[in-house]
Design a protein around this ligand. Structure first.
Ligand SMILES: Cc1cc2nc3c(=O)[nH]c(=O)nc-3n(C[C@H](O)[C@H](O)[C@H](O)COP(=O)(O)O)c2cc1C
Length: 114
């Protein structure tokens, strides 16, 4: 599961939290458990949604989602990092995101059972 989130008041938007909560019940039948995950936060602000990124990680601990620790992805100034079609607007961003996804592929392979 790749979680890509903006930041609302240093946490995640309610819609994302609601999806986590709904998927976690009935108790014992969570859809999240054991699925490898990664977190990307994005904001026009300078700190790239750090608060949302780490608040989400707190829930992922309880939901038993092994969340990739490195590389971290805090996309600050995100309104300038993508073009009108949603593609990376510069080579540095493209390379960073490609590296992130390569690492995530490795994380999924290492944390998928059977
Ligand atoms: C209720 C609310 C809270 C916000 N809180 C933060 C915040 O804590 N940190 C931040 O960097 N940006 C914050 N923002 C600005 C968002 O990063 C910005 O609105 C961004 O474009 C999110 O996209 P969206 O409004 O389409 O979800 C907030 C925006 C809203 C509407």
């Amino acid at each position: 599961m790749l979680f890509v989130t903006p930041e609302y008041n240093r946490s995640v938007p309610a819609a994302l939290k609601n999806a986590l909560d709904v998927g976690s019940r009935p108790y014992g039948q969570s859809v999240w458990t054991g699925k490898p995950g990664a977190v990307v936060s994005a904001s026009p602000g300078a700190i790239g949604g750090f608060g949302a990124n780490h608040h989400l990680r707190q829930s992922l601990v309880f939901l038993n989602v092994p969340a990739m620790q490195q590389p971290e992805a805090y996309l600050g100034g995100a309104d300038k990092l993508f073009d009108a079609a949603g593609a990376p607007a510069n080579e540095g961003t493209r390379k960073f995101l490609a590296g992130f996804m390569q690492a995530f592929a490795g994380w999924i392979a290492a944390n998928t059972k059977g």
